[in-house]
Design a protein around this ligand. Structure first.
Ligand SMILES: [Ca+2]
Ligand SMILES: [Ca+2]
Length: 234
């Protein structure tokens, strides 16, 4: 009993989330591989930089980047996918190029209510994670892209304390808790603006934006910097 408890505690300490992805050097899940359940800012830390050719998602929402630190310093190609138990080969723009990966949403439930705002388009750079109302988002220019998980809509505001221009964004399917992906500011009506506060639910007079249609079990990727308006469904 005690041993089981200790093992359980060790397991909790070791795993970073229940989003789980496996990266493979070869096609179709062949070759050497690494199992990842957390943020990896540089895959060279685990000897897997620029070698991934295919991936298998055990579960979760996963984001892949061409450059280190989720493309913070150098914008580049990125990809995203979500679902349970599927494998996929990477498209040419990401094949043998992935350098950082991270999951999106609650660490322990990718279908729990959350709003994740990224500084740049295509889920690049810094992120702001909100599971509840956030009256002031601080110094970064958040508003390049977002992911809405769970079963709640959110209102985004141009100014702190829920003031100024506002829009409402929703998950893709609010009943099934399918995540909503908004790859660029035009997708949620915030082009040229910064998000400075967010509130759970749809509030006041506002426009409602719905997520682009994304199917589970497929990887979607950008063409990289300067071509972020294109979705490649490989
Ligand atoms: Ca490879
Ligand atoms: Ca790379």
């Amino acid at each position: 009993m005690k041993l089981a408890l200790i093992l359980c505690v060790i397991a909790l300490v070791k795993s970073q989330s229940n989003h789980i992805i496996e990266l493979y050097d070869g096609n179709s899940g062949f070759g050497s591989s690494v199992l990842i359940d957390g943020y990896v800012e540089n895959l060279s830390e685990i000897g897997f930089n620029d070698v991934t050719t295919s991936l298998c998602i055990v579960q979760g929402i996963w984001l892949l980047y061409e450059n280190a630190n989720f493309n913070i310093n150098a914008p580049g190609a990125s990809g995203f996918n979500w679902g349970i138990n599927f494998c996929q080969d990477l498209p040419p723009l990401l094949n043998n190029r992935v350098t950082s990966v991270r999951y999106a949403g609650s660490a322990w439930g990718f279908q729990e209510d959350a709003l994740i705002i990224y500084e740049n388009d295509w889920f690049q750079s810094r992120e702001m994670y909100a599971a509840a109302d956030f009256p002031s988002l601080g110094r970064f220019s958040y508003g390049g892209s977002l992911i809405v998980t769970g079963q709640s809509a959110w209102t985004l505001y141009e100014y702190p304390y829920y003031t100024g221009y506002r829009v409402c964004v929703t998950p893709l399917d609010i009943v099934d808790a399918s995540p909503g992906f908004y790859t660029e500011p035009y997708d949620f009506g915030f082009a040229g603006r910064v998000i400075r506060s967010v509130r759970k639910g749809c509030w006041g007079d506002r426009s409602i934006y719905t997520a682009i249609k994304i199917e589970p079990g497929k990887l979607y990727s950008s063409y990289g910097a300067g071509h972020s308006d294109s979705i490649v469904n490989s």
